[in-house]
Design a protein around this ligand. Structure first.
Ligand code: LFR
Length: 470
């Protein structure tokens, strides 16, 4: 049997997962991840993460191929000797505050089609004081691939989150790079998912294997594993630390309306476009749990209590910039409820109810606008990733969208990573076969919209001005 290893790094944990083409996943290693504060800035402990990956791959034993995915936008810089110039910054670091306002949006959007988020690589590079000493810029999965193999490249799905890729040609935009005064020489050659990304250096693991370029942007891998049936008109929500909500398209939408609604056109596998908007996601819940001194183990009780809370007591726009940095999330939510004249939640259960209803409203706004702006109708929403375990969130999302939600798989990102490797090895066929395989092997749950409270959702949406507020 051909065995594949997926290295899947998330903002709060990393995993090494092994599977063959039957998609029975074995998690051989899991390790924590998170921002590390150094010299007043937020970074990733990238060397620590690499150590954990090596450890995980050793535990995996010999495999036929390895693929790496992670969150997007963050990068390391190499000097002319190939050494790393300091740990990558964390995208929630404040050094990019205000940078976005200094670059005309039309200049960027017509080329990259990328939504405007303060942490896009382009803004990080404009704020980076180390560029003079840099020879190469490598996004996180590319940097880890380089350390595993010695081979340099820029995988295209993740490169599309930099803001410097021409989304139509899927090549670096030399004109944009020049116009912004960034050094053209630091951007490596583009790699496409399903191509070779080097071979593990001798001596590192005790065995060697090829590294396959997968969809190295975690969201691209997750969407590749959405269990949609062929021809079905679906939206997706890749729901973890972030909720990425939108539709899959054959070509980008770069209209002024799309720019104004802050929709992104990120590159997917096989030339597809992920037309979506970032919704703040379970970050709101994760940061609240941290402040309350609770863990995921406490979540079951908390969600039961949240289900029993009154509906729509208070809702907030989940995407307020104030919610982006780490810190006391309940205090920020309370301040926003007070500011908008709504009752301030007084118990964790009431906060959780507020968070989940607010996220469901964010999902609804993103999906409705994606449909409107792309002209692509939707009849079902696939909610994949860790959030698919949260039955209350799935039900609220179905109610808010007025559409059935098919929840699962939880491990969509790792599955997308493994499936691109399996397809490259010739043991799985087309991308629709990949999706069919996910649908037939993974646990999925369907949530029908309850349909009774459409007016209440409308009122709640109007309360926070989600659709018109952007
Ligand atoms: C999800 C994700 C999003 C990206 C955000 C920051 O994990 O990759 O797609 O916008 O993280 O990189």
């Amino acid at each position: 049997m051909t065995r594949f290893a997926a290295v899947d790094l998330g903002a709060s944990s990393g995993r090494v997962i092994v599977s063959d083409a039957s998609l029975t996943l074995t998690e051989v290693h899991r390790f924590p991840n998170g921002p590390v504060e150094r010299g007043g800035s937020l970074h990733w402990d990238i060397r620590g993460l690499f150590g954990q990956i090596v450890d995980g791959l050793r535990r995996a034993g010999p495999v036929d191929s390895i693929g790496i995915d992670s969150w997007a936008v963050d990068y390391g810089l190499l000097d002319s000797s190939g050494d790393l110039l300091g740990d990558p910054f964390h995208y929630r670091d404040s050094r990019t505050d205000g940078v976005m306002d200094g670059v005309p949006r039309e200049l960027l959007y017509g080329v990259s089609g990328l939504q405007f988020l303060p942490f896009n690589t382009v803004y990080q590079l404009l704020a980076d004081r180390r560029l003079d000493a840099a020879s190469v810029m490598l996004l996180v999965p590319d940097l880890l691939t380089y350390w595993l193999t010695g081979s340099v490249g820029a995988e295209v799905t993740n490169a599309s989150t930099t803001g410097l890729l021409d989304v139509r040609t899927r090549t670096w935009s030399s004109s944009l790079i020049a116009e912004l005064g960034l050094p053209a020489g630091i951007f490596p050659e583009i790699r496409r998912p399903g191509t070779a990304a080097g071979v593990v250096r001798p001596g590192l693991l005790g065995w060697s294997a090829p590294v396959t370029a997968v969809a190295s942007h975690d969201t691209a891998s997750a969407v590749a594993a959405v269990p949609a049936s062929p021809g079905s008109r679906f939206a997706y929500i890749s729901c973890g630390t972030w909720s990425l909500a939108g539709v899959e398209l054959a070509s980008p939408v770069l209209s002024p309306e799309s720019l104004a609604a802050n929709f992104t056109n990120e590159a997917g596998i096989d030339g597809t476009i992920r037309y979506l908007r970032n919704v703040m996601g379970l970050w709101l819940l994760q940061e609240s749990l941290r402040v309350w001194g609770l863990t995921n183990a406490d979540l079951g009780d908390l969600l039961r209590a949240a289900s029993a809370e009154p509906a729509f007591a208070s809702v907030v726009d989940p995407d307020l910039p104030a919610f982006l940095p780490p810190g006391d999330m309940p205090a920020r939510i309370a301040a926003e409820c007070a500011r908008t004249g709504q009752p301030v939640p007084s118990t964790p259960a009431a906060f959780v109810r507020c968070i989940l209803e607010s996220l469901a409203l964010g999902h609804r706004a993103a999906i409705r606008q994606a449909v409107e702006l792309s002209g692509q109708e939707v009849e079902v929403v696939h909610l994949v990733g860790g959030g698919s375990r949260n039955a209350l969130l799935c039900q609220l999302t179905a109610d808010a969208c007025g559409l059935p939600v098919v929840a699962g798989p939880v491990e969509a990102t790792a599955l997308g990573n493994l499936l691109v490797q399996a397809r490259t090895a010739g043991v799985v066929g087309s991308s629709s076969e990949m999706r069919a395989l996910v649908a037939s092997t993974q646990r999925l749950e369907r949530f029908e919209p309850s349909g009774s409270d459409a007016a209440a959702w409308e009122e709640a949406e109007a309360r926070i001005g989600l659709l018109c507020g952007r």
